[in-house]
Design a protein around this ligand. Structure first.
Ligand code: NIG
Ligand code: FE
Length: 408
């Protein structure tokens, strides 16, 4: 039994838009009086409400009243939302003038969350994750990547990834786990950074693989984390183990996104300090550039040069980096609106960055567009004009949403 949902004042399918480069709004096909035909979890058709209604007279009708803009459910490709404890102390120090790296050097930073997360029981972690994931879903995020990286020993990393997998099973939102065991060398590891990475490669990633807890691996390469040499070493070995790659790159110092491209990473994330040379290198590759405006806001630092990346031909996704330290806000729509205003991104570029270009960063081929044979993941905004969405700077939230064909 098929279901017809519509009419929408405007339907943005994102269909036909290219994976890379700048986009003007006029390239975006806007179907006035559009509708979606659903078949179970999937989309069976997208087009004019009147035409679909005539063609499928037996479809069950879910009539939409009032103004609505329909677009694909948003995809957040970079979060750290499974954590214990609080970093309000770090934040207070930062707004009083200390830098992220100074605070980390004085025993604050990621290690505070490592302690808090190790102390938390699986049930406590699950509850925190559930609340954040459900808030994300209510705000229009239908797929969300979640990293480990606050355990940083074998048992704690496994604990976090089991919790993420359990939440994925229990909640309507899709959660995509990533092993970020190479976040930093934790405070209690006795040995060098390289020895810690070897421990991750020999003891932790194989266990994650055996339990099928994650198919993706990430590493933070920067001052205070891992060097480029260690990073290149890790990426090669993690890939040999069968993990798809993503990298925390060029956040404070340039020179890492090129490494991500050479390693064949799906995405290079952060990029606040990417070099001119690496902009071109990244733009010529299939690695998606992921901007994390929530981290720029959280640290009071500049945004990734999204405009330049797009003009030079890169594929740009926008994600929250939602984490207890550098990016506590976790509001994808608001952050997308903020970076679009600062970097001069069109609605088409901004929506692409949270839909099909984000899907590419996770190598998910079944979502990001509203067309036949894609998942029926879509959101409705209570307006008749898509330009109102960014104009309201994140305060116009989706009023209704469907995940895998079911209204949530
Ligand atoms: O993406 N840059 C490194 N990792 C996280 C921050 C994690 C933290 O401070 O807890 C990030 O910003
Ligand atoms: Fe991050």
């Amino acid at each position: 039994m098929k279901t017809l949902v519509g009419p929408f004042s405007q339907l943005l399918t994102m269909e036909g838009l290219p994976l890379k480069g700048a986009l003007s709004d006029s390239l975006m096909k806007v179907i006035t009086g559009g509708a979606l035909l659903l078949d179970g979890e999937m989309i069976a058709g997208a087009g004019s409400f009147e035409e679909l209604r005539q063609k499928y007279p037996d479809a069950e009708l879910r009539e939409i009243e009032g103004d609505s803009v329909c677009m694909p459910g948003m995809i957040d490709v970079h979060t750290h939302i499974c954590w214990g404890g609080s970093r309000a102390g770090d934040y207070a120090s930062r707004i009083a003038g200390k830098t992220y790296l100074e605070i980390a050097g004085e025993g604050g930073g990621i290690n505070v969350s490592v302690r808090g997360t190790r102390e938390a029981s699986p049930g406590e972690l699950l509850e925190g994750l559930r609340q954040r994931a459900l808030r994300h879903l209510r705000e229009g995020v239908t797929t969300c990547e979640v990293k480990s990286g606050y355990g940083l020993d074998r048992e704690s990393e496994l604990k976090i990834l089991r919790v993420i997998n359990q939440a994925d099973q229990e909640l309507p939102i899709d959660l995509i786990p990533t092993a970020l065991c190479a976040h930093i060398r934790p405070f209690d590891f006795e040995g060098t950074e390289r020895q810690y990475l070897d421990h991750v490669l020999e003891e932790i990633l194989p266990a994650i693989k055996d339990e099928k807890l994650a198919g993706r691996a990430d590493i933070f390469i920067d001052q205070g984390a891992f060097t480029k040499e260690d990073g290149a070493y890790f990426l090669g070995k993690a890939s040999d183990l069968g993990f798809r790659l993503t990298v925390h790159a060029d956040q404070f110092t340039p020179g890492t996104s090129g490494l991500a491209v050479r390693a064949g990473a799906l995405s290079a994330d952060h990029l606040e300090n990417i070099s001119e040379e690496d902009i071109d290198f990244l733009a010529a590759s299939s690695t998606v550039a992921v901007a994390l405006p929530g981290c720029s806001v959280g640290l009071g630092m500049k945004y990734a040069p999204a405009r330049k990346l797009l003009d030079r031909g890169a594929s740009v996704a926008i994600s929250t980096d939602w984490n207890p330290g550098s990016a506590p806000m976790g509001d994808l729509l608001m952050q997308a609106a903020l970076i679009s205003a600062a970097e001069k991104l069109s609605s088409a570029e901004t929506f692409a960055a949270v839909t099909f270009r984000a899907a590419a960063a996770l190598d998910l081929k079944d979502r990001g567009f509203l067309k036949k044979n894609m998942l029926a993941d879509f959101i409705l905004f209570p307006t008749g004009d898509f330009r109102e969405i960014l104009y309201n700077q994140g305060k116009l939230k989706p009023s209704r949403l469907w995940k895998k064909g079911m209204e949530v």
